[in-house]
Design a protein around this ligand. Structure first.
Ligand code: FAI
Length: 195
């Protein structure tokens, strides 16, 4: 199995756009996800000065859901008030850049639209990209902080956000901590699942 760190996918299941966030962590496995209103936050439960391990991970807007591995979630959500998903990802990821930690951890970000569109972005030390994606039935486009690049997975079928989060937690990656599932089914459906 591969260690991918924070792993993020966007896809389409039975015509419904979905996103998942799989938090894998070697260094800070004691975390939890908390839902507050239209947002989800990751809270680190061990004492540390590391500024990157507690953050807003999901923000649900009327037309878009934003999911990322850092504080860029809220900046991207704000930028969507005046610009396209593609430009919001380019501007915010370029401005914030990769994390200044010992791994130069990339910032990753995903957006899904209620209309079935999807976007992924990646800001690493050596690599920067933003992709506008044609989502395909039963598949997910996925990226991660480490060792994955950009790939497309066959995603196991699910009926609900709860099942989506459970399936994300079954993906064959190392050191899984928790998963979050978001799908658009008339309104946003959101679920959390711990290992
Ligand atoms: N978003 C997160 O949940 C998160 N967790 C850990 N990091 C960063 O990545 C470094 C490596 O963490 P790990 O060994 O758990 O993969 C940490 O020191 C921290 O700077 C994170 N930053 C980005 O992914």
């Amino acid at each position: 199995m591969t260690y991918t760190g924070r792993t993020l996918g966007v896809g389409l299941m039975r015509g419904k756009p979905f996103a998942f966030y799989l938090l894998c962590s070697r260094s800070f496995p004691r975390r939890r996800a908390i839902v507050r209103g239209n947002a989800v936050y990751i809270e680190n439960l061990t004492k540390t000065d590391n500024p990157y391990v507690s953050y807003p991970v999901v923000r649900l807007l009327s037309e878009y859901a934003v999911i990322t591995n850092g504080l860029q979630t809220d900046f991207i959500a704000q930028a969507l008030e005046w610009e396209s998903p593609k430009k919001a990802l380019i501007h915010v990821l370029d401005a914030l850049d990769y994390e200044r930690d010992e791994y130069s951890t990339p910032r990753i970000a995903g957006i899904i639209g209620t209309d079935g569109k999807g976007w992924l972005g990646f800001a690493g030390k050596e690599e920067f990209w933003v992709r506008e994606l044609e989502l395909r039935e039963g598949k997910a486009f996925v990226t991660a902080t480490y060792n994955l690049g950009f790939t497309e997975l066959e995603f196991p079928a699910f009926e609900s956000a709860e099942e989506l989060a459970r399936k994300a937690l079954e993906l064959p990656f190392e050191k899984k901590v928790l998963a979050i599932g978001v799908m658009s089914d008339k309104k946003w459906k959101l679920a959390l699942c711990n290992i």
